[in-house]
Design a protein around this ligand. Structure first.
Ligand code: CP
Ligand code: NVA
Length: 307
């Protein structure tokens, strides 16, 4: 049986994720050829945000409307998740009004707690631990570009953060070799690597961790980066800017990757920091198809959980 919530990719099977990607391809084609059927008619997605958002908010809201449903945006100033009211109470009240909940939180346990108490599906729209919607959409983008997932190599340059974590899990489950280069002190958590290890073994992929970005991108098909300072870490920005100096995705680093390599970034980008304009806007950039695919992939997720 498929899970009721989308909190962590690893709660699902590789087969479930592949089915969702197939559905995303179908829904994208359907949308581009005149519109989606209203399979979520009368359904509302409640969206709780503890942090800012462009892509997550707009792609979920517009995606729901395309499918005949609606979405409700609750800003960080509202609800006061766990502060004005307990998470358990918020989950049970919301479940009386909406047919699905999407939440972007600080502490990962908060979205887990919402799911524990909610009788309607809960979707993790980013936590400090992971960003599964991003990785699902990114697999769609990679599949569209290369026509396959298995056997490719994804190299993540930068912080071993939420995005790097979900990309590791997606790679390990769907058969992409994964390498990461991070400055000392900013590596992926040991528990995260340990969690991915059996999945990587089952898919027969390699997981490499490096300090040197050039070593990480050798033979890479995809170079992926993210901000050096994630939401909630703003006080560390100056220190991080200094420590991540070597971890910029620029033309020189791109020239060290495999031939035909593409560049990805979940966005928002800090141009001139983790990525240069010439790479972000260059011929190998997938940044904007990638952002668009958030909507197509999440439609598949919404239909899977809510239809
Ligand atoms: N990539 C992503 O999640 O973007 P937002 O923070 O704008 O939602
Ligand atoms: N790592 C970033 C991702 C933003 C989509 C953050 O958490 O702010």
């Amino acid at each position: 049986m498929k899970p009721n919530h989308f909190i962590d990719l690893t709660d699902w099977s590789p087969q479930d994720l592949l089915e969702m990607l197939d559905l995303a391809v179908f829904l994208k084609k359907e949308w581009k050829s005149g519109g989606n059927r209203p399979v979520l008619k009368g359904k509302v997605l409640g969206m709780i945000f503890q942090k800012p958002s462009l892509r997550t908010r707009v792609s979920f809201e517009v995606g729901m409307k395309h499918l005949g449903g609606d979405a409700l945006y609750l800003s960080p100033a509202e609800i006061g998740l766990g502060q004005r009211e307990s998470i358990a109470d918020v989950a049970r009240v919301m479940a009386g009004y909406v047919q699905g909940i999407m939440a972007r939180v600080f502490a990962h346990e908060h979205v887990v707690e919402l799911a524990r108490w909610s009788s309607v599906p809960v979707i993790n729209g980013l936590s400090d631990y992971n960003h599964p919607c991003q990785a699902l959409a990114d697999m769609l983008t990679i599949y569209e570009h290369f026509g396959r997932l298995k056997g490719l190599k994804l190299a993540f340059i930068g912080d071993g953060n939420n995005v790097a974590t979900s990309l590791l899990m997606a790679s390990a489950m769907l058969g992409l070799n994964y390498s990461i280069a991070s400055p000392p002190g900013y590596e992926l958590a040991q528990e995260t690597l340990a969690k991915a290890a059996p999945l990587a073994k089952a898919s027969q992929i390699t997981v490499e961790t490096h300090e040197d970005p050039v070593a990480a991108v050798a033979d890479a098909d995809i170079i992926y980066t993210d901000t050096w300072t994630s939401m909630g870490q703003e006080a560390e920005a100056a220190v991080r800017r200094q420590k991540f100096q070597r971890y910029q995705v620029n033309d020189e680093l791109l020239s060290r990757a495999g031939r035909g390599a593409v560049v990805m970034h979940c966005l928002p980008a800090h141009r001139g920091e983790e990525i240069t304009d010439s790479v972000a806007d260059g011929p190998q950039s997938l940044l904007f198809p990638q952002a668009e695919n958030r909507m197509h992939a999440q439609k598949a997720l919404l239909v899977t959980l809510m239809a």
